[in-house]
Design a protein. Structure first.
Length: 87
């Protein structure tokens, strides 16, 4: 193995790994809520197609579930900011 290929990797310091970890935290932390919100909206539209009279109940419960899913993404954002700037 050529040493010239390894030297740039050795130049990566602690701050680089810190920000890499923050990026991974927000990436993984945003993936779950994105999937959850997509599934929630799809099922809500399916329920509205089957029972349009229940639009008020379905929409309210869907919005509440989306808020809870989005809160998880906000927690991931807070953790990523803490990793990047505090630790």
């Amino acid at each position: 193995m050529d040493i010239s290929l390894v030297l740039p990797l050795l130049a990566i310091g602690d701050p680089a790994f810190k920000f890499l970890g923050a990026g991974i935290a927000i990436g993984v932390g945003g993936l779950g809520p994105a999937i959850a919100i997509g599934m929630l909206a799809a099922k809500a539209m399916e329920a509205l197609g089957r029972n349009p009279e229940a639009q008020a109940v379905i929409s309210g419960q869907m919005l509440l579930a989306i808020v809870f899913a989005e809160a998880i993404a906000i927690y991931a954002l807070v953790v990523a900011i803490m990793i990047g700037f505090i630790f």
